[in-house]
Write a protein that binds this ligand. Structure first.
Ligand code: R5P
Length: 311
């Protein structure tokens, strides 16, 4: 299999790339990324890609712009070196939240990123739990948006679902939370969140019954932890039980998030490794790998088999 395709990893998440390569029983393709003192970077492919199926594995998590430019440079290098097809495997898609104009005279940066990737030569995208499914529409090429819900539900198999409720922290997360609730066999509650700024949110409504129940707060991204902290306060006021667990696909866990979640009374945080998780030695944090999911997708992709049960 290794001769027919090349799997390059950017620098954003070396551990995940190594795990995917291990699962596929192939080596990562040889390349180098060099950063210059002025902040520019270049990449070099140290093996031929002419006529090959090429996968570029690079989540565009923090620092988002650096990782994005690196991915674009990889794609451009592959296109100029006559790769047959270039697939960007972007487990976390930075800027996905910028999927509409917040007001007049604002950009839709998710759409801009889609244009940039395609202009650089990307012909197919594989991603995980895209913030909004309709962001696929920013691409003209195929997008396979996989989901980590099954992976995360498997990690929650010992979580006591009896007397529990899955909580969506905002309307956008209702479809994802519904999948968790169905799989775990619980009820669903929904909060209505309003974002005041990049770090501040308020909850205005709670729909559903959380009183005396254990809550599992579900989100796609935990960045500053602000959404979770505000949601946790609302659940406490509504007399939910204190054993609060948070599950999210993308654990960006920016500086301050750990303290914020701790102060909010979160007992356990379960995330995947779509981005390299910055927190270590945090007993409340559990990281489960999406490497088997990505490897399964690439395997099927190479065999022209359907990926639909990975969505
Ligand atoms: C927002 O719509 C997302 O689904 C997440 O709730 C949000 O991005 C989390 O960010 P933070 O942790 O900074 O509140």
């Amino acid at each position: 299999m290794a001769g027919t395709f090349a799997l390059f990893a950017g620098t954003a998440n070396a551990a995940l790339a190594a795990a995917v390569a291990r699962d596929l029983a192939v080596g990562l393709s040889d390349c180098a990324v060099e950063r210059f003192p002025d902040g520019e970077l270049t990449v070099r492919l140290l093996e031929p890609v002419r006529g090959k199926e090429v996968f570029l594995l690079q989540p565009t998590g923090p620092p988002v712009n650096d990782h994005l430019i690196e991915l674009l440079a990889f794609a451009d290098a592959c296109r100029r070196a006559a790769a047959a097809r270039i697939t960007a495997v972007v487990p976390y898609f930075g800027y996905a939240r910028a999927d509409r104009r917040g007001g007049r005279r604002e950009p839709i940066t998710a759409s801009l990123v889609a244009d940039l990737l395609q202009a650089a030569g990307v012909q197919h995208v594989v991603t995980v739990d895209l913030h909004t499914p309709q962001a696929e529409g920013f691409f003209h090429c195929p997008v396979d948006s996989l989901t980590a819900v099954s992976t995360l539900c498997a990690a929650l198999r010992d979580w006591p679902a009896r007397d529990a409720v899955v909580v969506a922290p905002d309307a956008g997360r209702v479809p994802m939370a519904t999948r968790y609730a169905q799989r775990l066999g619980t009820d669903l509650a929904v909060l209505h969140k309003r974002r005041l700024s990049g770090t501040e949110t308020v909850v205005t409504h709670l729909v559903g019954d959380v009183r005396d129940r254990r809550c599992l707060l579900v989100d796609d991204i935990v960045a500053t932890g602000g959404t979770i902290a505000t949601s946790a306060a609302t659940l406490r006021e509504a007399r939910a039980r204190p054993e609060l667990v948070v599950v999210a696909t993308h654990g960006l866990l920016l500086p301050g998030a750990r303290d914020r979640l701790g102060r909010a009374g979160v007992q356990e945080v379960v995330v995947t490794d779509t981005v390299a998780v910055p927190e270590r030695d945090w007993p409340a944090l559990r990281v489960v790998s999406v490497a088997p999911l990505l490897a399964a997708a690439l395997r099927r992709f190479l065999a022209d088999e359907s990926l639909s049960d990975l969505y």
